[in-house]
Write a protein that binds this ligand. Structure first.
Ligand code: MG
Length: 338
């Protein structure tokens, strides 16, 4: 097996702001696995909050490239276990390599992954479109620019209620809110009933990621379902989320790829928890990986390609929230420039 990689720095259409800060570009690592003439691709965007910059992914890959290449690839799940032990501290790099392994495997089997897994695309929920934090006027402008059936609205400011009420005047679409750990328990208890009245479907990560005492109280009193994002990073966090959250937001990078994400979806079903997959502003490459899993989910948040102004691949596209799958094997992606 031969491993290559490329670093991208993809510009956002608008500066993207959440309660943790603003960014204008999304740095991302793309890896290519070449095996007997077939090529598989995987992507991992760097997120400063998780402290794994692209440079760290590259340094770790360079240090152990020989071991990644000498693996005798037969199936992606076995490959993930090998990678997980090779890079125990770098879930983002493992995600990129695992994704490339699945892409390669689908190409070996001449099937798209959702076909290999026997999933029915009829069950695929539509994706939301994210409105990042900004002045109310600009948020209204962004919403009007993109008519969509479901919006995810970033909150976590002093004027959250005013903001959501102003957006509600513009549309009847479904709203979800994501506080990115930006509220105190008192703020959450006060805001959630009013958000319900404004037609909000659920609240993502209301409190700080380790405020489990606060979440226990909120879980018992919340008028809306609560979805864990920052509080649920890996499979090990799922059990802690029971009776603190109603569901989890899986992200391929934080959990370390498609292989553990599949296990987490199955586990969430056993625990009777709702399941969402979110994105970290992946291009059409990483988004196509989310799309393969989408029929298994309750909620999908994969609007990366819609927020970025440059794309590195042709993978999925969207029609008013509906995910349109591209033909092809593996992830069903064609790289534009690698
Ligand atoms: Mg989130």
């Amino acid at each position: 097996m031969k491993v290559s990689y490329k670093i991208y720095n993809l510009p956002f259409k608008h500066p993207f702001t959440i309660s943790k800060g603003t960014k204008s570009h999304q740095p991302s690592l793309v890896v290519e696995l070449e095996y007997f003439g077939l090529k598989g691709y995987g992507e991992a965007p760097a997120i400063s909050y998780y402290n794994i910059p692209v440079e760290k992914m590259v340094a770790d890959l360079e240090a152990k490239k020989m071991f990644v290449e000498k693996f005798s690839f037969s199936d992606p799940e076995r490959y993930w276990h090998y990678l997980h032990h090779l890079f125990p501290q770098n879930s983002f790099l493992v995600c990129a390599l695992d994704m490339a392994g699945w892409d390669l495997y689908g190409k070996m089997k001449r099937k798209q992954l959702h076909e290999l897994w026997n999933l029915d695309l009829e069950n695929t929920p539509p994706t939301d479109f994210t409105i990042g934090l900004d002045t109310i006027e600009t948020m209204i402008k962004k919403l009007k620019e993109k008519p969509w059936p479901i919006y995810k609205i970033k909150v976590g400011t002093d004027n959250d209620m005013e903001m959501v009420a102003a957006l509600r005047k513009e549309t009847d679409a479904v709203f979800r809110v994501d506080a990115n750990a930006g509220w105190t328990l008192e703020q959450a208890l006060q805001k959630i009933p009013a958000l319900k009245d404004l037609g909000v479907e659920f609240v993502e990560q209301p409190l700080a990621k380790d405020n489990w005492d606060g979440m226990k109280i909120l879980y018992e009193q919340s008028a809306l379902p609560l979805i864990a994002d920052e509080s649920c990073v890996t499979e090990a966090d799922m059990l802690t989320c029971i009776k603190h959250f109603h569901g989890i937001n899986i992200k391929l990078t934080k959990c370390s790829g498609i292989t553990p994400a599949k296990r987490m979806i199955q586990k969430a079903r056993e625990l009777n928890m709702r399941v969402m997959i979110g994105c970290m502003n992946e291009s059409s490459l990483g988004s196509a990986a989310i799309a393969q899993l989408a029929p298994l989910l309750d909620y999908v948040d994969m609007d990366g390609p819609l927020l970025l102004s440059e794309d590195i691949a042709t993978g999925v596209s969207f029609n008013y929230g509906k995910i349109i799958y591209r033909e092809g094997y593996g992830l069903g992606v064609e790289m534009k420039d690698f």
